[in-house]
Write a protein that binds this ligand. Structure first.
Ligand code: 13P
Ligand code: 13P
Ligand code: MG
Ligand code: MG
Length: 373
C-alpha cells in the first residue's frame, strides 16, 4: 500500500495591519520560517504560507494523516509566535482567534480554522484550496452544491459517466452538533432545505457516491459558538479535488463566475457580496470588505506539492484572472446597493445571528424605556 498524502490547511487571525484588513510581512515571515524548519526536519513535505485578508493561512502537505498532533502543534506554535509578534508591533486584534490557551494535541475548538484531507494520490491529483475572509463556513454551502450537484454548473454530471453516480454531502448541524449524509441527485431538495440556512447547516465533506472517494473538506469552526460572543468571523477554508471522475477545475471555479451573498463583512454583522480575488487583492477595505475569497491550485505528487526545477512549490493563483472581473464588478455594485440600507435588515443580519454581537448591549440599555403598549 503506498503511503497516503494529507493536505492540511490551518488558519488563524493572529492580528492584522490597520484594523482587520491584511496580514503584514513580519507575520507571514514567522509562518514561513517555522514551516521551512518543519520541512527540513521532515515533519511536513511541502508548505505554502499566504493570507486571505487578515487571516494567516498555513498550507501543509505531509504523510501524517488528519488531526495529527505534531502538525496541529506546529500550526498552534506558529500562531502563538505570530500573535506575540503582532502584539509587539501593536498590530490590531493581536491573537484574535486564539480563544483557548491549553493546547492538547488538536487546534479544533480552540479558535483556528482547519480543513484536512487524507488521500490516496491518483495518477494525477489536482487540488484547489479556497480561503475566505469576512465570512463564515456556511459561505461554502452554495459553491459546494453548485460544483457537486448542479448540472447547470458541472457539465460532467450530465456528460461524464464517471461522475454521473452523484455525490454524498456530509452536513453538520452546528447548533445540535450532529451530522447527516444526504445523497444527490436523489435527495437534492432535502439537501437544499438544510444548507439554505448556512449559519446552522454546513457542508463539511463531499464524497463520490460510488466509492466514497473524498472530494471536498471544509472548516466548520464557528468562533461565536466557541466564545459565546462575537470575536471576529470564522473566515473559512476548504480543500477540493478535481478532474478524472470528479468535477473539472473549471467546474470547481464556475460558481464564482458571479458574486453571491454571504454573512460576515463589517463587524461580522452584515450580508455582503463575496468577491473572488487573486492573492495580491486579498485585503479587505471597503466597509471592512467586501468579503473575499482566494483559490490556490496545485498538484499533490509523491506526498508533496509538485515543485518546479528550483524546488519551489508550483501554486496557481486561480482567481487572479480577468475571467472573474465580472464577479468582482458585481460584488462592488451589490456592496453599494446593500450599504444604501445602512443598519436596516436585510443589510444587517437577522436578530438570531446578531445575538452574538455587541447589539444586545445596546438593546439592554433601552429595556427600561418600554412600558405596556
Ligand atoms: P473594536 O474597534 O472595538 O475592535 O470593534 C470593531 C471591530 O472591528 C470588531 O471586530
Ligand atoms: P475578522 O473576522 O476578519 O477579524 O473581521 C472582524 C471584523 O469585525 C471586521 O469588521
Ligand atoms: Mg481580524
Ligand atoms: Mg478575518
Amino acid at each position: 500500500m503506498p503511503e497516503k498524502t494529507t493536505i492540511s490547511i490551518i488558519k488563524c487571525d493572529v492580528g492584522s495591519l490597520v484594523g482587520h484588513h491584511t496580514v503584514p510581512e513580519p507575520l507571514l515571515n514567522v509562518g514561513e520560517k517555522n514551516l521551512q524548519e518543519a520541512q527540513k526536519s521532515g515533519i511536513i513535505n511541502s508548505h505554502y504560507v499566504f493570507h486571505a485578508g487578515d487571516d494567516l493561512e498555513l498550507l501543509m502537505v505531509h504523510q501524517k494523516g488528519e488531526g495529527n498532533p505534531e502538525i496541529h502543534k506546529l500550526a498552534w506554535d506558529t500562531f502563538q509566535e505570530a500573535a506575540k509578534k503582532a502584539l509587539d508591533l501593536k498590530l490590531y486584534g493581536a491573537g484574535q482567534d486564539i480563544l483557548k490557551t491549553a493546547f492538547s494535541g488538536n487546534v479544533r475548538g480552540m479558535g483556528p480554522g482547519v480543513a484536512e484531507m487524507e488521500i490516496e494520490e491518483r495518477g494525477s491529483d489536482p487540488i484547489v484550496v479556497f480561503a475566505a475572509d469576512k465570512t463564515e463556513p456556511g459561505a461554502f454551502n452554495y459553491p459546494m452544491f453548485r460544483i457537486f450537484a448542479d448540472p447547470f454548473n458541472t457539465a460532467g454530471l450530465v456528460i461524464d459517466p464517471a461522475i454521473s453516480g452523484g455525490f454524498k454531502f456530509e452536513v453538520l448541524d452546528v447548533l445540535e452538533n450532529k451530522r447527516a449524509v444526504l445523497k444527490c441527485p436523489e435527495e437534492m431538495y432535502e439537501l437544499i432545505a438544510l444548507i439554505g440556512t448556512p449559519s446552522r447547516y454546513l457542508i463539511s465533506h463531499v464524497r463520490r457516491a460510488k466509492d466514497d472517494l473524498v472530494c471536498a473538506a471544509t472548516s466548520t469552526t464557528r468562533l461565536s459558538l466557541i466564545a459565546g460572543k462575537y470575536v471576529g468571523k470564522d473566515d473559512p477554508v476548504s480543500i477540493v479535488r478535481c478532474q478524472h471522475g470528479l468535477p473539472a477545475l473549471g467546474e470547481v471555479l464556475a460558481p464564482f463566475m458571479h458574486s453571491y451573498f454571504v454573512e460576515g463583512w463589517m463587524r461580522g454583522s452584515h450580508w455582503g457580496p463575496l468577491m473572488p480575488v487573486g492573492l495580491k487583492d486579498a485585503r479587505c477595505t471597503l466597509f471592512d470588505g467586501p468579503p473575499r475569497i482566494v483559490a490556490l491550485g496545485f498538484q499533490a505528487a509523491h506526498g508533496k506539492i509538485a515543485c518546479d526545477d528550483e524546488g519551489k512549490p508550483m501554486i496557481s493563483d486561480l482567481f487572479s484572472d480577468p475571467s472573474f472581473d465580472l464577479a468582482r464588478r458585481e460584488a462592488v455594485e451589490n456592496a453599494v446597493s446593500l450599504r444604501r440600507m445602512g443598519e436596516f435588515e436585510p443589510a444587517r443580519l437577522g436578530a438570531g445571528e446578531m445575538e452574538y454581537t455587541t447589539l444586545p448591549k445596546v438593546l439592554e440599555k433601552l429595556k427600561g424605556r418600554f412600558t405596556k403598549a
